[in-house]
Design a protein around this ligand. Structure first.
Ligand SMILES: Cc1cc2nc3c(=O)[nH]c(=O)nc-3n(C[C@H](O)[C@H](O)[C@H](O)COP(=O)(O)O)c2cc1C
Length: 165
């Protein structure tokens, strides 16, 4: 819960095989920072799941692989099960993927897991499009995620408690 005068904390956790999802994670984090959030960005490999409870907003992103979230990200999400303190935390899911309805979506999977943990999804999941498996990202995707980070951050810093929303 927010305390007046104290910056809210966000953690952006990502998996990335070729670096594209990492790049999007950093753009998103930049937008949140501009909105006044205190933000940490971590590759999932470097996160101890217990530390997530220290944050007000938890954003999780992964590359879409075989129509769903990458295997390492699925394993990471499985480790969050049973952490009661995640209930009621704010969450946001994102991914990178190919264009098209038949490509599947990592963020659909991630968002589903976050909801199941009892988290409040602050904005519907969002995908950044890659041109090929190894990238690059479609033009404008980093800027889009910077803007989304800013918008989410602004909306959450305006509403000082959940009850006022
Ligand atoms: C093994 C593998 C399977 C993939 N399967 C899909 C898929 O089902 N749908 C899709 O949109 N993209 C698929 N892709 C493309 C990835 O989404 C793309 O590599 C990723 O977005 C790049 O992000 P990264 O650089 O963070 O790994 C696949 C890539 C790999 C390597």
């Amino acid at each position: 819960m927010n305390e007046p005068g104290k910056a809210q904390r966000a953690i952006v956790v990502f998996d990335s095989k070729f670096g594209n999802t990492g790049q999007i994670a950093k753009s998103f984090a930049g937008g949140l920072q501009r909105a006044g959030f205190n933000v940490d960005v971590f590759n999932m490999r470097d996160v101890t799941v217990g530390t997530l409870v220290d944050y007000d907003l938890i954003a999780i992103g992964a590359p879409t692989q075989a129509f769903t979230a990458s295997k390492p990200m699925k394993d990471f999400l499985a480790k969050l099960e049973g952490i009661e303190a995640l209930k009621g935390k704010r969450g946001f899911a994102f991914d990178t993927k190919f264009a098209g309805r038949l490509s599947g979506s990592a963020s659909k999977y991630i968002e589903g897991r976050l909801s199941k943990l009892g988290m409040e999804i602050v904005r519907p999941r969002q995908s950044a499009i890659v041109k090929k498996s190894e990238g690059p990202l479609e033009q404008g995707e980093p800027e889009t995620f910077d803007r989304i980070g800013f918008e989410i951050g602004t909306s959450l810093t305006k509403t000082s408690t959940k009850g006022l929303r």
